[in-house]
Design a protein around this ligand. Structure first.
Ligand code: ATP
Length: 516
């Protein structure tokens, strides 16, 4: 565990040192849970967004995009339920004065039982090797069964308290399970209170009053209120989807996990409109497609899992999260929800406008049902960094830090390095960059030894380094060095474009996602 925390700290400082993520307003001591992306961070973030956007709009003929405004009519948030119910249960520890989400404290307790079970399984798997029968072990081993039972009891009680919105019971669970504040170590808790996460501000001048407006806490509502605009102008036929990438804002209670939980963040959401009754089929389909999208990145299939929801939001009839194994455990990166016709019906009610679709095949109108896929760009960014960060011991006793980023997402694709700063080598390097820069983000570096320059590129995840030496002007060949294997190969300059394209093209990722 300590090792994992250590890893997380290293990733955070690596992000800062190599221009990926900076604390916002740093010279003024920062602003809680707000971050800026640096020169490498913004490239990685843009590549993640492109990977998502193209996977939605290119691979699916029936998915189109929009870009709606952050400010929206305040009644939208009434209709969506956010004004009344976008709350988190908060609890304070009176000794440390630290604030927590009561539900998260209890979830962590549940995770402890899971950890205990996993440890038993790992231990036994090691002991029995190939002969290990996981299913049998899990269903018979006394300590596993005991922890499983404890977990289920707590889970049922927790789910019931959440469903009934019973804040006293949430507190009682924390008391009964002797959950302590990680900072003070005490059980001196306040009551549990509800806290609305929306940021509000005012719009308009003072003359005829101002209107209270909200910074959107999700991008989805911008899609719902434009549903008919897109359907009509795009002549879309159900089933079809609308995708959007944009900023969202939440006044999160606990903000101590770097870019995992931010107050200003970015979402990539897609609402898929379907016939009522067909939603669960589409839910299953999108669940599968989205997992493939994650796994195509090659960070390791075992790092992802589904977490099906027991407590469904009042509007949902199925929901799952895709979780990624962060340094601080498996955490939600994406949510997939079957939202029924809740949002469109509610907007119909509040706006007085029909939000219906005439289905020519059925010859009737209805309010479509919706499957939503919702993923945070920043969480995705963190999952990719966590999955790519590696400290490797080399044969010569040195070590290197390397970001094994999926090549298609790497901020810089190619570094071009003249062996020396003279003899026409820098000019040759410039020539190569000029030929490749229209297709790839290239970086020129002539400072320090080649070894140091390789390390700098490893640290930002550049998949290829190309070195120009004294033979290059004569034989038109360069040495290409591969980030992961550190293998070097002499290739003709003319081959570079094809070698790089083969590895960095998103096409290779897309091919793994398309469901035939
Ligand atoms: P959590 O339970 O972690 O607060 P959530 O279930 O409220 O998340 P959703 O409302 O389903 O999250 O939002 C969809 C996605 O948006 C999440 O899967 C996550 O990737 C991202 N997201 C939500 N809140 C934040 C945040 N505060 N900072 C960064 N990303 C976020």
């Amino acid at each position: 565990m300590a090792q994992q925390e250590d890893l997380f700290k290293k990733i955070v400082s690596h992000c800062k040192e190599y221009g990926f993520v900076f604390p916002s307003s740093e010279i003024y001591d920062g602003l809680g849970a707000v971050y800026d992306y640096g020169q490498n961070g913004v490239e990685l973030k843009n590549n993640i967004k492109k990977y998502w956007w193209d996977s939605m709009t290119l691979l699916n003929e029936n998915v189109v995009g929009i870009d709606s405004a952050i400010f929206m009519h305040p009644t939208i948030w009434k209709a969506s339920g956010h004004v009344d119910a976008f709350n988190d249960p908060l609890i304070d520890n009176k000794d440390s004065k630290k604030r927590y989400r009561a539900d998260v404290l209890i979830e962590e307790q549940i995770a402890k039982y899971e950890d205990k079970i996993n440890k038993e399984v790992e231990k036994a798997a090691k002991k029995f090797g190939d002969a290990f029968d996981r299913e049998q072990f899990v269903s018979t081993h006394p300590r596993v069964l005991e922890n499983q039972a404890k977990k289920e009891i707590l889970h049922t009680r927790f789910a019931q308290a959440l469903n009934e919105n019973n804040l006293e019971e949430l507190r009682q669970i924390i008391v009964d399970y002797e959950i302590v504040c990680p900072v003070s170590g005490t059980r001196n808790w306040t009551e549990v209170r509800q806290f609305n996460l929306m940021f509000a501000t005012e719009m308009g001048s003072t003359a005829d009053g101002t209107m209270k407006v909200y910074l959107r806490p999700e991008t989805a509502q911008g899609i719902f209120v434009n549903f008919l605009n897109v359907q009509k102008t795009g002549r879309m036929k159900i089933p079809f989807g609308i995708a959007q990438i944009g900023k969202a804002f939440r006044n999160e209670i606990v903000a101590r996990q770097f870019i995992f939980r931010m107050r200003e963040f970015e979402q990539m959401e897609m609402q898929f409109f379907v016939r009522p009754g067909e939603e669960l089929e589409w839910f299953a389909k999108w669940k599968e497609i989205r997992m493939k999208w994650h796994q195509a990145l090659g960070l390791g299939k075992h790092k992802y899992r589904y977490h099906d929801h027991d407590k469904l939001a009042h509007y949902a009839n199925a929901a799952t999260d895709i979780e990624f194994e962060m340094p601080f455990g498996f955490k939600e990166v994406e949510g997939i929800h079957s939202r029924t016709d809740f949002d469109l019906s509610s907007h119909e009610k509040y706006s007085g406008k029909k939000m219906q679709y005439f289905d020519p095949e059925l010859n009737k109108s209805y309010v479509p049902y919706v499957i939503e896929t919702s993923i945070g760009v920043d969480r995705m960014f963190l999952s990719i960094l966590s999955g790519s960060y590696d400290e490797e011991m080399l044969e010569n006793g040195e070590s290197r830090v390397v970001l094994r980023l999926p090549a298609a997402l790497a901020p810089v694709k190619l570094a071009v390095l003249p062996l020396v700063k003279k003899d026409g080598l820098p000019e040759k390097a410039e020539e190569i960059i000029h030929a490749l820069k229209f297709d790839f983000n290239c970086q020129y570096d002539e400072k320090d030894s080649i070894g140091k320059r390789y390390r700098r590129q490893d640290a930002i995840g550049t998949p290829f380094c190309v070195t120009i030496d004294h033979d290059t002007p004569v034989d038109h060949c360069v040495t290409i060095r591969y980030r992961d294997s550190m293998q070097q190969e002499r290739v003709s300059i003319d081959q570079l474009h094809a070698i790089i394209t083969d590895k960095v093209s998103m096409k290779n990722l897309f091919k793994q996602i398309v469901v035939q």
